[in-house]
Design a protein around this ligand. Sequence first.
Ligand SMILES: NC(=O)c1ccc[n+]([C@@H]2O[C@H](COP(=O)([O-])OP(=O)(O)OC[C@H]3O[C@@H](n4cnc5c(N)ncnc54)[C@H](OP(=O)(O)O)[C@@H]3O)[C@@H](O)[C@H]2O)c1
Length: 265
Amino acid sequence: MTGSTASRTDEGRYVLITGASSGIGAELAWLYAAQGRPLLLWGRDAARLEAVAARARACGVTVQTRVLDLADGAAAIAALRADDAAHPIGIAILAAGLGDMRRSDDVVEKAEDVLRLGLVNYATPSAMAAAAAECMVARGRGHIVMLASVAAFHALPFAAAYSGSKAGLKRFAEAQQMALAPLGIGVTLVSPGFVDTPMSRRVVGAKPFLQSAPSAARRIARAVARNQPHLVFPFVFSVLRLVDTLVPWPLKRRILAAIRADQTD
Ligand SMILES: NC(=O)c1ccc[n+]([C@@H]2O[C@H](COP(=O)([O-])OP(=O)(O)OC[C@H]3O[C@@H](n4cnc5c(N)ncnc54)[C@H](OP(=O)(O)O)[C@@H]3O)[C@@H](O)[C@H]2O)c1
């Protein structure tokens, strides 16, 4: 972990953000910095992470950074515990994620990609949420945020690993929310539609109801402030989610199998 020295008044006010080197995570970092919150920013790309940290520090807040590949779940758990011991975490935002899907020239999804998405999108954030909960329960306060996707609501044949990993995270967050609420710890599951970030820019074709990253960050921070259990945006995806539960499987299979999707490298 690198960064400037924290003051005692920062204790318990730290916001941990994974995936802070890009997109929604970076916007959340700048939003919370503007509110005067000290930050623990995690990412993989050291140069981009440092650029985000520098802009946050310009708001006058303390910012620590950590470069870590979340495919190593055991390292992530240990790092979270170490960060919390040094700087008690008030809000843990687990935003990092991979947005891979099957390319149009692939017959099936690659086994290695499926494993990596399972680790980065589901296993490590769930384990980190559990580690954050241990620390927060001991203090009797805190808030955990998990970034899933509206892809979790639908079985996407061109993105089985992505929709499956996000569905797993969604179920974990819903269960953890109920388990932790009586202990005074908030959990917010976030299910966005398309947000304009490097991840969605790799997707080829139409991106209906595309949201800006700053707007997504503002919605997420508002949901945390209200202790909202589940944030879905934009609203139309709540309607599609309901439709998905009502349409019989034979028809749903035909509709979902007809969707064509591709992405660039
Ligand atoms: N954009 C959308 O349309 C959309 C829609 C629904 C849900 N989401 C979810 O929102 C979250 C943020 O995505 P975004 O749109 O902001 O994407 P992004 O701009 O591509 O950012 C993804 C972030 O995750 C980090 N990351 C990826 N793999 C990692 C790994 N193995 N170890 C550590 N960090 C890793 C990246 O770090 P580096 O850049 O340093 O490698 C980056 O900071 C993701 O969970 C995504 O699934 C996005």
